[in-house]
Design a protein around this ligand. Structure first.
Ligand code: MN
Ligand code: MN
Length: 455
């Protein structure tokens, strides 16, 4: 049951299409390094494709396109289908938050003529990977007067970058004997941001200098950190990877690789039979919690709003619509890595270039925490994929009892809908720079279009 390498199946026209898609994808990654930035880009792309803000729309009919955003960090797109909503929707879901370092609420301090920003990491990271790298700061500062200031430092070629230092190898004898999990510890992830004291300052002259720059550039005070969301991420753009340019290296491909391809597919599909939905959600990396995570009621509430605008709302109709829906819960999978072959079971893992990945179940320790998709649903998906010439593979995340991971799949599945995990294979997942295959990105987009059209 070995799957063939998708690269071998492409003609010139497909290779050109693949290239165009990946150029757009790299641009999305370079500009969208936080959930907020991704939502902004998604809103812009949706508007250009004829989508309107659901809050500004009084009635809806088949063919209409609307989006709804929650707190600027989660967005859902709806294209109303020809079939009654009660018969269910076809839903693409992916997450737009990625592992990173968040500034603490009281982050700025000075030690020995050096100024630092203290952080609390977000999501699962190997902390030692985040030192000795150029880092950028992205996010917002909300001031008491209600204004919200956007901040991006470290991406423009003329910008400075910041970063975390590591101990020199010459003095690291003791450090190198430590377990990898404590070589760098959470409280050591403090970002160096300055070293120049402000003249005629009594105390903390370097920190005072940094504050004067923040005041001048953004009109913010130290107290404004209390109401800020500032995320420290790797600085720099997404790039082609490999001498043959067959891969993409970037920060944040988990899970923006599925988010972007889902979004592009949703915008491409026209006049679907079933209502086509694309959910780009926040907070997956910390358990899908909060008002903008998949566990919030935002999705269900917007379904009710959409049905209301169509004049078909009732509590029962919403429940039927959700229960009758199909969903692809799209997230990245662990690509087989020959360097770390012992972590994979070769018959049941994902490979670069072999297409979009379906995982009937995820989970750990006996599939715990998994949404186990039904055999019938997987059977129907196989037909839709084959009918649309989509290259796909099936995989588990590594060997049994080696670890595991969860996704958002089990949350919408609670409505009784059909949900399966799908997505793109990644090398160096959760590292500051992750790698994907351009062919898999192309196949993911093809898969999502086929799903919205034909499921
Ligand atoms: Mn993910
Ligand atoms: Mn992840």
């Amino acid at each position: 049951m070995e799957r063939k390498n998708a690269w071998l199946t492409y003609d010139e026209a497909q290779l050109e299409e693949l290239k165009q898609l990946n150029e757009g994808y790299k641009d999305f990654l370079s500009k969208g390094k936080t959930e907020r930035e991704c939502v902004k880009i998604a809103v812009q792309m949706a508007k250009e494709a004829g989508y309107q803000d659901l809050n500004e729309v009084k009635s809806l009919k088949p063919g209409d396109k609307v989006y709804a955003a929650a707190m600027g960090k989660m967005i859902i797109l709806y294209q109303i289908g020809k079939q009654p909503l009660e018969q269910g929707m076809n839903i693409l879901g992916a997450h737009i938050d990625s592992p990173r370092l968040d500034l603490k609420q009281n982050p700025l301090y000075e030690d020995t003529d050096l100024a630092y920003l203290d952080t609390h990491y977000y999501g699962g990271i190997k902390k030692y990977q985040w030192v000795a790298l150029p880092l950028a700061i992205h996010g917002v500062v909300a001031k008491k007067d209600g204004s919200v200031i956007d901040i991006v430092v470290g991406e423009d070629d003329n910008d400075p970058v910041v970063g975390i230092t590591d101990l020199l190898i010459h003095l690291a004898g003791k450090q190198m004997e430590k377990k990898a999990s404590v070589v760098i510890e959470g409280e050591e992830l403090d970002v160096l941001v300055g070293s120049k004291p402000l003249k005629d300052t009594e105390k903390d002259a370097v920190k005072t200098g940094i504050l004067s720059i923040l005041k001048e550039k953004y009109d913010i005070e130290e107290e404004d950190f209390l109401s800020a969301e500032l995320e420290v991420v790797p600085a720099g753009k997404a790039r082609d990877f490999g001498l043959d340019r067959s891969m993409v290296i970037s920060y944040g491909q988990d899970d923006r690789v599925c988010a972007y391809t889902s979004l592009v597919a949703a915008l491409e599909v026209e006049a679907p039979e079933k209502t086509a939905v694309c959910i780009l959600v926040d907070k997956e990396e910390i358990g899908s919690v909060g008002a903008t995570g998949m566990q919030s009621h935002f999705f269900e509430n917007t379904v009710a709003e959409v049905m209301d605008r169509m004049g078909v709302y009732s509590e029962l109709a919403v429940r039927r619509c959700l229960a009758n829906s199909n969903m692809l819960s799209s997230d990245v999978n662990a690509a087989y890595d020959p360097t770390f072959a012992a972590a994979f079971e070769k018959k049941n893992c994902s490979y670069f270039g072999r297409g979009v990945v379906f995982s009937k179940y995820t989970g750990a320790r006996g599939k715990s925490g998994s949404n186990d998709a039904s055999a019938e649903y997987m059977g129907k998906l196989r037909k839709v994929m084959d009918d649309n010439a989509v290259n796909f593979q099936t995989a588990e995340l590594g060997k049994v009892d080696f670890g595991g991971g969860g996704t958002i799949a089990y949350i919408p599945a609670a409505y009784g809908m059909n949900v399966i995990d799908s997505g793109v294979a990644v090398l160096s997942m959760h590292a500051p720079w992750e790698i994907c295959s351009k062919a898999d990105i192309y196949e993911a987009k093809k898969c999502y279009v086929a799903f919205l059209k034909d499921m």
